[in-house]
Design a protein around this ligand. Structure first.
Ligand SMILES: [Zn+2]
Length: 257
């Protein structure tokens, strides 16, 4: 049983809060947790975070985790043309590579898990080796697209369920039966989003987020960190192997799970 923990490193709830506590506080908590368990993970970083917080890439790299791309400013890439999209992802990759000492960037995830239809062609053009943007799947958790030389890893779009007690039990049962699972989280889940929402000046936004987007704030912060820690302990007791997506590509380039 292999498990890949993946974290999108972006500003806090893009297009809503747009603060950076998830980077300055949340990311640090996540890195500490992974270090405690001696586990490596994959971090999909946006270009704006890498540019604004120049310590982010070197720190993730020093801890020997994988760094991958997540667009420039968390745009809806499926609304952009091929050339606009290519420029966007190419700039994201360059910004990360400029901050890296020796990591080769081979992975990509589209914001909101909404990739454009031409994504694989574009990723191939830019030298990527895998994508992890498509959450809906029927059979395989991963497959190789020969025409584009790209491996697809389906993330389980479960981040809200994972933070709920019933959802957590359900996900564990499911994951512990599978050969490969790619879990999908965000750096901002490691901070108390509820408190940030309640501090909003815009009362209409506050109302909408509090009552209609419970998925964004419930059990975030230390509860989220405790839950991941519990998950890791249980997975290790079941002999799970934690991997980065890059490592899977290197080990099994044309394997389907
Ligand atoms: Zn994202």
């Amino acid at each position: 049983m292999k498990i890949a923990l993946t974290f999108d490193v972006e500003r806090d709830i893009p297009n809503f809060l747009d603060t950076d506590f998830g980077i300055k506080i949340g990311l640090i908590k996540i890195l500490k947790l992974l270090e405690k368990h001696q586990i490596k993970a994959t971090f999909f970083c946006t270009g704006n975070v890498v540019k604004q917080q120049r310590w982010v890439v070197p720190l993730i790299e020093t801890k020997e985790h994988e760094i991958a791309c997540h667009s420039l400013n968390h745009e809806r890439l499926n609304k952009l043309s091929f050339e606009e999209c290519k420029q966007n992802i190419s700039n994201n990759k360059k910004l990360i590579e400029n901050e890296c000492r020796n990591s080769k960037i081979i992975g990509f995830r589209a914001p909101y898990l909404k990739p454009p239809s031409f994504l694989y062609r574009l990723l191939n053009d830019l030298g990527f080796k895998y994508d992890s943007s498509i959450s809906s799947h029927k059979k395989s958790d991963s497959y190789y697209l020969k025409d584009y030389n790209i491996q697809e890893f389906h993330p389980i779009n479960n981040y809200f369920l994972f933070r709920l007690p019933i959802g957590f039990s359900f996900i564990k049962k499911w994951v512990f039966k599978k050969e490969l699972s790619i879990l999908y989280f965000h750096s901002w889940e490691a901070i108390d989003i509820k408190r940030l929402i309640l501090n909003q000046n815009n009362k209409l936004n506050l109302f909408k987020e509090y009552f209609f987007r419970i998925d964004r704030w419930v059990n975030t912060g230390d509860l989220f960190i405790a839950r991941i820690s519990k998950f890791i302990n249980e997975a290790i007791s079941k002999k799970a192997e934690f991997v980065t997506l890059k490592q899977l590509v290197i080990d099994n380039n044309i394997k389907s799970y």
